[in-house]
Design a protein around this ligand. Structure first.
Ligand code: SF4
Length: 257
């Protein structure tokens, strides 16, 4: 199957079955989403949704977060991964948001990345979710799933994955395709053992097609080995039977002589 056909099948399936996917992070403003996305690095959305309400209540604005101490922010986020770094990033991010962007979350990827804790992935999430820009944030799910399906080829880094995806995906679906890939990776094409048996993408998934071809070849090889063993056994049995026949025709008199 050609790569371009895989893309067509991918877009056709999800446009029909999941036309309006949304992020699973809870937020009420671009500022809250920015905080939540910074916190969600190497942590689950579920955990962030559990701790974020108290954090947002205590620090409802960029100004209040910018005025906080790292130690106080830490107490609200201690149960997420890397709480020390993230507390520092949140306060630093809020300070720049207030001083350089008038407390308004900027739209541009480069501007967003000026803030601590905001890398390319986070900037792309904000750009696509808040501003509906055709930006592709590549996290571990997007990286893995797009490779397995065959949407990317030899993409060894998140940036290479991002560039291939935005090159082939129609511009109008790039922002939602990010959610399609994340949600599919989270619930079906999971990291350790993908749930191919319930996956609706098998007819165009490269990984599935390759592993099925490999399984078929393995089965064929196994059948050949078993057949060879069987033939060998049959040959041995025949030889043994012949030997016994020869033994049986010798009479006791022959033996006495
Ligand atoms: S068929 Fe399997 S490997 Fe392919 S996308 Fe579905 S779950 Fe992932």
């Amino acid at each position: 199957m050609l790569k371009i056909d895989r893309y067509k099948a991918f877009v056709a399936y999800f446009s029909t079955h999941q036309p309006n996917p949304i992020t699973e992070l809870h937020y009420r403003s671009p500022f809250e989403l920015l905080v939540a996305v910074i916190l969600s690095a190497q942590c689950t959305d579920k955990r962030i949704n559990q701790i974020a309400p108290a954090l947002f209540e205590r620090f409802p604005t960029p100004e209040s977060l910018a005025a906080a101490t790292v130690e106080e922010v830490f107490t609200y986020i201690r149960s997420v991964s890397y709480p020390n770094n993230k507390a520092r990033h949140l306060v630093g991010m809020a300070k720049i948001l207030v001083s350089e962007f008038h407390s308004i979350v900027p739209q541009g990827i480069d501007e967003l990345q000026k803030m601590p804790g905001v890398g390319r992935k986070t900037a792309n999430v904000i750009s696509s979710v808040v501003f509906q820009e055709p930006a592709m944030a590549v996290d571990t799910h997007v990286f893995r799933v797009s490779h397995r399906i065959g949407l990317t080829t030899h993409a060894k880094t998140p940036l290479a994955t991002e560039l291939q995806l935005i090159k082939y995906l129609p511009k109008e679906v790039i922002a939602v395709a990010h959610h399609w890939l994340i949600l599919h990776g989270r619930y079906v094409c999971v990291a350790r053992t993908p749930k191919c048996e319930i996956c609706p993408l098998t007819h165009f998934c490269k990984y599935f097609q390759q592993s099925n071809t490999e399984t078929a070849l393995q089965k064929k090889e196994l059948a050949q080995v078993q057949k060879a063993k069987f033939l060998q056994k049959t040959r041995k049995s025949k030889q043994l039977a012949k030997g016994l026949e020869h033994y049986a025709v010798r009479s006791p008199v022959d033996d006495a002589e």
